[in-house]
Write a protein that binds this ligand. Structure first.
Ligand code: SF4
Length: 478
């Protein structure tokens, strides 16, 4: 994918916003090494956030945590994990935006007051954080993330027990939140009533685990049971698993972009294997936008499943033309334009012998600004490609996301200001075709009205504080 989460631009106004795009994990398992299990689960959720990681573990009396900037493998080691003894673990991988990648914002967020402890990991983005802060003038915040505001709202809510506080607080939150939380003795999981971000329950040796994606469950040997429903609240303690309830007025607005790019291809979302959805996108695109070429290739790895589908239907062989350096992370974590541009070359090494003299279809999941794709096309031509045809397995992205994916302001989205033919020209491809929305929805196997499609069509499932005329994120000071 071409950088939907690139760090932000002239978006100084949006810097005031709170935003995350993260992976969460939780486990309640007496007798197991929960810290190590959380480590391996976070490792398989690394694609959801690569800037910081944290694990908090409770032994019923004390909650200990390790949280730091960096990838899971650099934050944790055998020694520090061995210090996290207990039977409940909550973990988090974070992707933040400008100004946000600081120590204070690392999760899980822990609130510890008057002997009471509450710990929370969040994937999503709250759109009414400023309004929530106004209702709590006396809190002393130690971070700039919306997650701390969620945690404080729960802490301040009515009720003696954490479960009562969660139930009371949830109706006040607007936005996307898939949350795993714990007190000293109990594990909780809950999801916003729109069901925007994924959250799955699994079972491991008779114990319960919760993860952003089912791929993490498989990695640790857990069996996927089901997704947590929109607005649903779960508690796990020594008496087992309990559904505490479900918010009224829930809808379904699951993020369509999870299928396109965000989730791992081996995850199951709403009973659909993501790889199969992407493969199907490629198949449809091959029927809708065929072209005579010698080779079908992908921008690795985000376009691979779809390229395989395209190759299958077209009958043209699939081949690798770009070798990805898997050790430098996604392009989008590069904060500066010049570093990002250099990053394309660092990230993809084209193979001249395979490319030279060939007509190539290159398949990718989406185009955001167009700059990375332009570089890729230039690289392929430099390495001797006779023709480069682009096939994109999602519709043009024309609108920003406010629900946990850090997109640029609208004017930075190439499809919001250029026609498809102008985009093709800018990128320098011989032809360019996008998958249409109807086909993407068909490939996802979901009903149209159960999906958020806002970044494609501009229709948001709730009110957002964006001034579309001025193209700025309007935030009250928080
Ligand atoms: S706006 Fe796009 S990325 Fe954001 S939740 Fe909706 S579909 Fe997903």
């Amino acid at each position: 994918m071409e950088s939907i989460s690139i760090v932000m631009l002239g978006a100084l106004k949006r810097n005031e916003a709170f935003k995350d795009n993260c992976g969460v994990f939780g486990i309640y398992a007496p007798g197991e090494n929960v810290a190590k299990i959380a480590y391996f689960a976070l490792h398989s959720l690394q694609h959801r956030g690569q800037e910081s990681a944290g694990i908090a573990v409770s032994d019923g009396k004390k909650l200990r945590s390790i949280r730091n900037l960096g990838l899971v493998t650099s934050v944790f080691n055998e020694d520090n994990l061995n210090k996290l003894k207990g039977f409940i673990a909550v973990g988090h991988n974070r992707y933040s935006t400008t100004g946000g990648n600081t120590r204070e914002n690392i999760q899980p967020v822990i609130i510890s007051k008057r002997g009471r402890v509450f710990c929370l990991s969040h994937n999503g983005n709250i759109v009414n954080a400023a309004a929530l802060v106004k209702k709590m003038p006396n809190i002393s915040r130690s971070s700039t993330s919306d997650t701390e505001i969620l945690a404080y709202t729960i802490y301040k809510a009515e009720g003696g027990k954490w479960k009562d506080k969660i139930i009371k607080a949830m109706p006040a939150f607007a936005g996307a939140y898939s949350i795993v939380a714990c007190s000293k003795k109990r594990l909780y999981a809950f999801r916003d009533p729109w069901g925007i971000r994924p959250l799955a329950i699994g079972k491991l040796n008779g114990n319960y685990v919760i993860a952003s994606e089912s791929c993490a469950l498989e990695t640790i040997g857990a069996k996927y049971i089901r997704d947590i429903e929109p607005g649903e609240i779960i508690e796990v303690d020594r008496n087992g698993f309990k559904r505490l309830g479900k918010l009224k007025n829930t809808t379904r607005n699951f993020c369509l972009f999870e299928y396109v790019y965000l989730a791992r291809p081996d995850s199951i979302l709403n009973n659909k294997l993501v790889h199969e959805v992407r493969h199907r996108c490629g198949e449809i695109l091959a029927k809708e936008a065929p072209v005579k070429v010698d080779l079908i290739a992908a921008v690795p790895d985000s376009g691979t499943s779809a390229a395989l589908g395209y190759a299958k239907v077209s009958g043209i062989p699939f081949g690798e033309v770009l070798i990805k350096n898997r050790y430098i992370g996604r392009t989008f974590i590069q904060p500066e334009q010049h570093v990002r541009e250099l990053g394309v070359k660092l990230k993809f090494n084209p193979m001249r012998k395979i490319i030279s003299g060939k007509r190539i279809v290159i398949v990718d999941d989406s185009i955001v600004r167009g700059t990375t794709m332009k570089k890729i096309v230039e690289l392929l031509r430099q390495f001797g490609a006779k023709e480069v045809h682009l096939r994109i397995c999602s519709p043009p992205i024309r609108w920003p996301c406010f629900f946990g994916v850090d997109t640029p302001e609208r004017r930075q989205l190439i499809a919001s200001r250029k026609t498809i033919s102008e985009i093709r020209k800018f990128i320098g491809a011989d032809t360019l075709n996008y998958l249409n929305l109807k086909s993407l929805i068909e490939a996802s196997g979901q009903k149209k009205d159960t999906l958020c499609q806002a970044c494609f069509i501009g229709k948001y499932p709730m009110k957002v504080n964006y001034n579309f005329k001025k193209d700025i994120f309007e935030k009250e000071a928080t």
